[in-house]
Design a protein around this ligand. Structure first.
Ligand code: ADE
Length: 241
């Protein structure tokens, strides 16, 4: 799968792929990463990419010309590229979007800086527009990396162990149960004893209870959606409430 980052700040993005899981996926050619700088497409004398907002307002807005030229170039190479704009004024990105986008062959992320992107560019080129949360970042680069990361781990072959996808938070309506590593006793704090006894059906049951508690505490609105009664049937007697 290919990702193209349309950004004025390639350096911000590049570093993320230089270690760990995504680095390995790039090395194996499961993922390809490319960059396009709108400044290289500017037809102004000093490669200008932004200007003051028409109608007033603080800050600079990214001009249509360099961005449109960059996106035209991108589409002329791959007409199937799926173009995503990042802005706080958009639908929230969800895990189900990550799974859906992982089936695309080529996704491009267009990151705005300054006060944003001329709306006409978004209208013309956006296949989708996403926000990663109700807060304002200084640009779309971090948002595009967040989305790229969560899409990538749903691409076949990127994660070593595909099992780790199926039990993750947001794959079901419950948050994932807590995980523990060794030692079993760390400075007097012990791993739950059930985790140590090797009875996998009982461990699964306990994890379900812990998932329910976590979801209820951290995401009460999500817990309401969860059909608690159907899950209760799987609980062992001593944990039934
Ligand atoms: N650009 C600035 N803030 C953003 C956000 N919250 N999500 C996506 N893009 C952004």
């Amino acid at each position: 799968m290919k990702f193209t980052f349309v950004t004025l700040f390639q350096n911000i993005v590049e570093g993320y792929f230089q270690d760990s899981i995504l680095k390995r996926a790039i090395k194996k050619d499961i993922l390809q990463i490319e960059y396009l700088n709108p400044r290289d497409f500017s037809d102004s004398k000093h490669n200008k990419v932004d200007d003051t907002a028409v109608g007033g307002g603080a800050g600079m807005v990214m001009n249509p010309q360099p961005l449109c030229a960059a996106l035209n170039a991108l589409k002329s190479i791959d007409e199937d590229v799926h173009i995503i704009f990042l802005t706080p004024v958009a639908k929230p990105f969800k895990q189900r979007d990550a799974k859906r986008l992982a089936k695309k062959s080529h996704v491009a992320f267009v990151s705005g800086r300054y006060e944003g992107i001329d709306e006409r560019v978004i209208e013309k080129y956006a296949d989708e527009v996403f926000s990663i949360g109700d807060y304002i970042l200084t640009g779309g680069e971090l948002a595009s990396l967040v989305i790229c990361d969560s899409v990538s781990r749903n691409v076949n072959g990127v994660l070593g162990n595909s099992d780790s996808l199926s039990v993750e938070s947001f794959e079901t309506s419950l948050l994932e149960a807590p995980s523990f590593s060794k030692p079993k006793d760390y400075e007097g704090n012990c791993v739950p004893s059930e985790y140590l006894k090797g009875n996998h059906s009982r461990i699964r049951s306990l994890k379900l209870v812990l998932s329910e508690y976590k979801t209820k505490f951290f995401r009460p609105e999500q817990f309401i959606k969860y059909n608690c009664t159907s899950a209760m049937g799987f609980l062992p007697k001593e944990t039934k409430r």
